[in-house]
Design a protein around this ligand. Structure first.
Ligand code: KG4
Ligand code: ZN
Length: 347
């Protein structure tokens, strides 16, 4: 098979992104360009992503992102072998904008069109960055995702469990809001936690008493709310140290839950005796050093290689979509002009 150069397009949440990725047989994949145009500032006044605003911004920005990605790679559409696009899951207006953009390019050029599952994009990233071989265990932890899955092939994932309510990043963001910290809350809570005592508040470890790999994080945020209100009632307000201790206790609970559920998932994964056992984490929450450390410890204990792709490839981007498109294309898969945008699409 010849080398393949794909354009990737991503617009399922609040990042408009385009990238060009090249695969050379027998060699490492190469990211020729990766453009991410974030919308954080647009949504900030509303305290969350507003679907209508996101869809409109994607529609306005996609063409520029694609042009910038091609220019960054020093290529034109004529140099490409295919166009990959996120076809779901996500906010439907944004996904539709991306799919329409990709169909337009495919129709104008005759290039093959490949629809990609956004979660598969995240889950296949360790193959793009490190050439990881199947099967490996993957933890996706972001503001919108939380799942443990075994990647056995580009089209073959086994989901072992995930959050039954909030994603961990969402819990970080809500906890930050409760404590008057800025958004996105993850980095703010982590900075506070560094000054705090994780043992002062005994926050719950939800679902650890139950078997399996499912998780829950919404009760944790409620526990922080209760502790906060208790302190305010008792002393009339929150001291600096109180806030730090609340953050440290919360972060420790999230880390403990993710570590224990990962330990269980590793046991299931290892039962198949993979030749080169590996675990990878992706998503914005993977930026958290305490959580990363807890996961690394679990992997070391199980004798499993630990991997965390660079953060810009862990969070939403189009290089992972271009790559997942190449993987699908190499399996002989491609889509037609009837490719649908899907708000829900489990792996
Ligand atoms: O992957 P991502 O950029 O976007 C999606 O949600 O798809 O993840 C963003 C999430 C936010 O909830 C943010 O608060 C969280 O990742 N996050 C963190 C940290 N940095 C970002 N959570 C905990 N600790 C961090 N250092
Ligand atoms: Zn994502």
């Amino acid at each position: 098979q010849n080398r393949l150069t794909f354009l990737g397009i991503e617009s399922s949440c609040d990042d408009t992104a385009a990238a060009v990725v090249r695969h050379v047989p027998g060699g490492r994949a190469e990211i020729l360009s990766s453009v991410v145009d974030g919308q954080t500032a647009l949504h900030a006044p509303f305290g969350g992503v507003v679907p209508e605003i996101a869809a409109r911004a994607h529609a306005e920005r996609l063409d520029h992102c694609v042009e910038a990605a091609l220019a960054g790679a020093g290529l034109t559409l004529a140099d490409l072998d295919g166009v990959a696009v996120t076809a779901g899951p996500g906010l439907i207006g944004g996904v539709l904008s991306g799919v329409m953009c990709a169909k337009g390019i495919a129709a104008a050029t005759g290039l093959p069109l490949v629809g990609v599952n956004h979660l598969a994009g995240h889950a296949l990233t360790p193959r793009l960055t490190d050439g990881l071989e199947f099967p490996y265990l993957m933890l996706l932890v972001s503001g919108g995702h939380c799942q443990l899955l075994i990647a056995r092939g580009a089209e073959d994932f086994t989901r072992l469990g995930g959050s039954i309510d909030d994603a961990p990043g969402e819990a970080f963001d809500k906890t930050a809001k409760l404590l008057g910290l800025r958004q996105p809350g993850g980095p703010e809570v982590e900075a506070e936690a560094r000054q705090g005592d994780p043992r002062r508040f005994a926050f719950p470890r939800p679902l650890l008493d139950r078997p399996g790999c499912d998780m829950s994080f919404s009760g944790l945020k409620t526990a922080v709310l209760r502790a906060r209100d208790g302190l305010i009632a008792a002393q009339g307000g929150l001291l600096r140290q109180d806030r730090a201790d609340l953050c440290a206790g919360f972060q420790e609970a999230v880390a403990a839950v993710l570590a224990e559920k990962t330990r269980r998932a590793l046991a299931v994964y290892s039962a198949d005796a993979p030749v080169a056992p590996a675990f990878a984490v992706a998503g914005g929450v993977a930026a958290n050093s305490r959580i990363r450390e807890a996961l690394e410890t679990v992997c070391a204990g199980a004798g499993v290689r630990f991997l965390a792709p660079p953060l810009r490839l862990c969070t939403d981007n189009a290089a992972m979509i271009a790559w997942a498109g190449i993987e699908r294309f190499r399996l002989g898969l491609r889509d037609g002009m009837d490719l649908a945008a899907r708000p829900r699409w489990p792996l």
